[in-house]
Design a protein around this ligand. Structure first.
Ligand SMILES: Nc1nc2c(c(=O)[nH]1)N[C@H]1C(S)=C(S)[C@@H](COP(=O)(O)OP(=O)(O)OC[C@H]3O[C@@H](n4cnc5c(=O)[nH]c(N)nc54)[C@H](O)[C@@H]3O)O[C@H]1N2
Ligand SMILES: Nc1nc2c(c(=O)[nH]1)N[C@H]1C(S)=C(S)[C@@H](COP(=O)(O)OP(=O)(O)OC[C@H]3O[C@@H](n4cnc5c(=O)[nH]c(N)nc54)[C@H](O)[C@@H]3O)O[C@H]1N2
Ligand code: SF4
Ligand code: SF4
Ligand code: SF4
Ligand SMILES: [Mo]
Length: 884
């Protein structure tokens, strides 16, 4: 609990948390002080100067910038204050035109509130309005419009856009012609604007406004897209979702959002939603009632047991739902064959970080990045895939943190970097080991930390001595001095953080890549302290949770090994559990092709597009005897199903998601599901009950969570009641435990408490040759999400068409004789895709890029995988390009 202090405002005693401003104190006590440029949750910058108050010694100060201090005495209302405010406000208002009644912001416009409070009228303003104003409207963006006539030139939007590091808009022209516009005054859609809507949210008047309707109520929940887990308020009108805004109280995003969280949530109400269970009969899907579907499934599944069955859990579903699907698989179907998309994502992180440090999760918290002296962003395209984390990285840089970016592609973040290392794809082990070698050479290692807290240093030291700089340079393509410079910067910073994602993990030596990063952090003692750490940015909204819940073939909930914890779980679940380790995601499909797995239950994944080398997946889905697909939409995968079950989306059910920084947060039902769609947890319970299995008698997600708390030690102290007041980061061991912002404060959680240096091995999957001379990187784009089941339903997102192409460096284009827009055949050893070319100078020569949002990219990738984690080589493959 924060300490409360008391101030006297206009003679009234009011209380507020220590550390808050005078304006916060007033607003929280429902006392209005005029203001325009203040937004709760954001740093105050005192630009509009309307919130002036008078102190007891007669000074005028801005309330938003003046911390409330115990016993302070201020007044917010006096003739003097009113006079000054009137002049200030009139100057701000003078360029504002339009009929307030017709303005979409009417009622919420802060200017309206200020002018009515101050009694400003047209007469006052007429004197000021002496020049012609630009009242054009920029309607180009699908989600919001810019009405220049209403702009009061307060500059808040420029500030917002600057804070997130985009700088798409600024003050342009001079004097009376001054206006806010993009570079060269182009329409927003033709500018570098990323449609985050931050400026729209801050604009105090109707100059930047959402095109959507106004909500009549709001429901507090969490964004369902990426692992950042931003808090949102869904805006609802009747039973429709019309808008969303960031939750200013949520520490993850402090009110900020990216384009998907703000503008792309209404897939929920799309007409294509599944609303009825469907059973395949003579090749056609027939709508049935739940009773029939559940009986049919229970009957079919009872014919299979043990390894004949497998389930694919979902990082889009809640903790409660993933917990139940693994419990069902283990206790009812007697199989450990359960896995989920983490296998294609951060499986190498789980393996490597559990072995070297003790836990596979992000060691530190998102907000610590803002205070880290140095951030190493390696293999992450943060501005596109974890935008709100990128905002914080950029904020850190603005406050003086150093940024090192390592990426074959000159991504957006490079604009903010102090050092950019452009390594050849797949060469991170030699690069990171080169950094370690340089740190050793320069004597920048943290001896005390190494001696007290680690083991394996001596052999690691020898490994580093034996490395040859010539080889490092030729393999990575980076001069040793550049590697050295990055190493010195990282090692000499008092605190340094590492953030990484798929550019590190999706390789045949993904686990080794993570070992390498862990060694780097250990060598410099950048673990177990605030503002340091090694931070795998988790991808899906609840991929951290799905793993925590034991949707893994070798681990029960809470990462307890099926060998060590079987008895404990047999007792808890009151049944015999299978001993055999289950198979991983890719093996599920391989075993299905071989006829070993005969029944498969897929909840919320679309493997026919997301798995590597999809022709095998297709064969598997065709071979399987009984396939259940449970989704919110019909998908490419559901075409193969015997039964399709309609699930509730995130907005139609309660539950919890665990974000990338281990923060467990509540999601809340906000609207009615379509037709008969049901929450995933309900469906699993009904199937289990029909099969006569005990242990699934849950009435609601809260009851399921209470069972989770009993079996997952890190969740023990978390409860729905506590979560009502905001998320909690695990481990949280008791009701009194506030949760854990960074791990390993009191030592590492490996067996003997000493973190391990582990020697990483290096190998490349494929290297370009005469037949396949180009490297193809696959990945993501800001405006689309994975297999596009959700984002394809948002019409506006379709207007940003940068995800449908094969991107290549223009020099390669010239050599090949292709121009932008031309078709090429992209051919790998696995398959062929035809697509159009787009030039992108950010790519290295010889390296091409395709997002896997563009349907069949995984025809090209390989299922050859990392032996330690089962991660396939999704990031790089070699291809030939044949102009059409
Ligand atoms: N808009 C959007 N956001 C998303 C998603 C989405 O589909 N759309 N998906 C979510 C999910 S599940 C995930 S896992 C995350 C993924 O987030 P990211 O990992 O950030 O995204 P990717 O585009 O897969 O790849 C990241 C970067 O790796 C670089 N790279 C490729 N090869 C190498 C290499 O060998 N070494 C290094 N150092 N870098 C390399 C690429 O150039 C690319 O910039 O995004 C999440 N967020
Ligand atoms: N080439 C290539 N392939 C890749 C990658 C890559 O970088 N390159 N990245 C890999 C990675 S990191 C990942 S995470 C995977 C993602 O692979 P998938 O998880 O297969 O991809 P999604 O499209 O997110 O599929 C999620 C499904 O869940 C459904 N869904 C959403 N909400 C709910 C719900 O509440 N209940 C139910 N039942 N269903 C719901 C959606 O409609 C969608 O069909 O792709 C992997 N594949
Ligand atoms: S929408 Fe975002 S990127 Fe675009 S101008 Fe506004 S703040 Fe800048
Ligand atoms: S568009 Fe809105 S936020 Fe930007 S300067 Fe004009 S009034 Fe201020
Ligand atoms: S950063 Fe991720 S969680 Fe936040 S709004 Fe964007 S997609 Fe949603
Ligand atoms: Mo992912």
């Amino acid at each position: 609990m924060k300490k409360k202090i008391e101030i006297i405002l206009d003679g009234q005693r009011i209380r507020v948390d220590e550390g808050k401003s005078t304006l916060d104190a007033a607003l929280e006590n429902n006392i209005y002080i005029p203001h325009l440029c203040f937004r709760p949750g954001f740093d105050a910058f005192g630009a509009c100067r309307l919130c002036l108050v008078e102190t007891s010694d007669g000074r005028l100060v801005t309330a938003c910038e003046t911390p409330a201090e115990d016993g302070m005495d201020v007044i917010s209302d006096s003739d003097r204050l009113d006079r000054i405010r009137k002049v200030t406000a009139s100057l701000l208002i003078k360029g504002h035109v339009g009929d307030c009644l017709k303005c979409p912001e009417s009622g919420e416009c802060k200017l309206e509130a200020v002018s009515s409070y101050l009694g400003i009228n047209d007469e006052n303003l007429a004197k000021l309005r002496e020049f012609k104003i630009d009242d054009s409207i920029d309607d180009s963006n699908p989600f919001f419009l810019k009405d220049n006539g209403k702009c009061i030139l307060c500059g808040l939007c420029v500030q917002s856009c600057d804070t997130i590091g985009v700088n798409a808009i600024d003050f342009t022209f001079r004097g009376a012609k001054t206006k806010i516009s993009t570079f060269m005054d182009k329409p927003l859609m033709d500018s570098i604007c990323v449609s985050c809507g931050e400026c729209v949210e801050t604009c105090p008047v109707g100059a930047l406004v959402k095109k959507s309707e106004k909500p009549s109520r709001e429901v507090k929940t969490v964004c369902p897209y990426c692992g950042v887990g931003c808090g949102i308020y869904l805006g609802i009108r009747g039973d429709r979702i019309v808008s969303a805004r960031g939750d200013p109280e949520n520490p993850v995003n402090n009110g900020r959002l990216c384009v998907k969280g703000r503008f792309a949530l209404n897939f929920v109400k799309n007409v294509e939603r599944l609303g009825k269970p469907l059973i395949r009969e003579d090749g056609e899907f027939k709508e049935v009632e739940w009773d029939e579907a559940i009986s049919f499934i229970a009957d079919k599944l009872s014919k299979y047991t043990g390894d004949e069955f497998a389930a694919i859990a979902s990082a889009k579903c809640t903790n409660e739902e993933n917990y139940l699907l693994q419990k069902f698989t283990r206790t009812v179907m007697k199989s450990n064959n359960i896995d989920h998309c983490a296998r294609l994502c951060h499986a190498p992180s789980l393996v490597a970080l559990s072995e070297s440090l003790g836990s596979g999760a992000m060691t530190n918290s998102i907000n610590e990045l803002k205070h880290s002296n140095c951030i190493l962003a390696i293999g992450t395209n943060t501005t596109e895939t974890h935008p709100v984390i990128a905002y914080k990285v950029i904020e850190a840089v603005k406050n003086g943190s150093k940024l090192i970016v390592v990426n074959p592609t000159r991504i957006e973040l490079v604009r903010h970097a102090d050092i950019y290392l452009r390594n050849k794809p797949g060469t991170d082990v030699p690069l990171i080991m080169g950094m370690c070698k340089a740190i050793l050479d320069e004597n920048l290692i943290n001896y005390k930390f190494i001696k007290e807290k680690t083991e394996g240093f001596e052999s690691f030291k020898k490994y580093l001595y034996d490395l040859k700089w010539d080889e490092i340079e030729s393999v990575t393509g980076i001069p040793r001095d550049d590697i050295r410079e990055a190493a010195i910067l990282y090692a000499s910073s008092p605190t340094a953080s590492i953030i990484y994602a798929m550019g590190i993990t999706q390789h045949v030596n993904g686990t080794d890549n993570v070992f390498a990063l862990s060694n780097l952090a250990l060598l410099t003692g950048n673990l177990g302290r605030a503002n340091t750490g090694i931070n795998p940015l988790r991808g899906q909204n609840n991929v951290q949770g799905a793993s925590d819940m034991g949707a893994l073939p070798d681990l029960y909930p809470g990462y307890q090994s099926i060998d060590d914890a079987r008895e404990k779980f047999e007792k808890k679940w009151q049944c015999k559990l299978p001993r055999e380790k289950g198979v991983i995601l890719l093996e599920i499909f391989e075993n299905a092709c071989k006829g070993k797995i005969k029944a498969l239950y897929i909840m919320g994944e679309n493997p026919i597009l997301s798995e590597p080398d999809i022709k095998n997946v297709k064969k598997a889905l065709e071979t399987i005897e009984f396939l259940i697909v449970q989704d919110i939409f019909p998908t490419e995968t559901s075409k193969f199903a015997d039964v399709i079950l309609p699930a509730c989306s995130f907005a139609e059910k309660d539950g919890t998601f665990t974000n990338t920084e281990r923060r467990v947060q509540l999601i809340r039902s906000a609207v009615r599901p379509p037709e008969d769609a049901k929450p995933d947890w309900w469906i699993i319970c009904k199937i289990a009950e029909k099969m006569g299995a005990p242990g699934f008698e849950f009435e609601n997600p809260r009851e399921i969570f209470d069972e989770i708390r009993e079996v997952v030690p890190a969740y023990k102290g978390i409860s729905y009641n506590r979560l009502e007041n905001g998320g909690i980061q695990w481990p949280c061991k008791s009701r009194e435990d506030p949760g854990t912002d960074f791990l390993y404060k009191d030592g590492f959680t490996v067996e003997n408490g000493r973190a391990k240096f582990i020697l990483p091995s290096f190998r490349l999957f494929e290297t370009p040759d005469k037949d396949y001379p180009f490297i193809l990187i696959t990945g993501r784009s800001l405006y689309q999400y994975h297999t596009r089941t959700m984002t394809s339903k948002i019409k506006g997102l379709g207007e940003f068409k940068d995800w449908k192409f094969l991107e290549m460096n223009p020099i390669d284009g010239e050599k090949l004789g292709v121009r932008e827009g031309d078709f090429v055949l992209v051919k790998s050893r696995r398959g062929v895709v035809k697509t159009r070319v787009k030039f992108n100078e950010a790519l290295m020569e010889g390296v091409t890029f395709m997002s896997f949002h563009f349907a069949p990219v995984n025809r090209l990738t390989s299922s050859v995988r990392d032996p330690l984690s089962g991660m396939p080589a999704l990031k790089v493959s070699c291809v030939d390009l044949i102009p059409q």
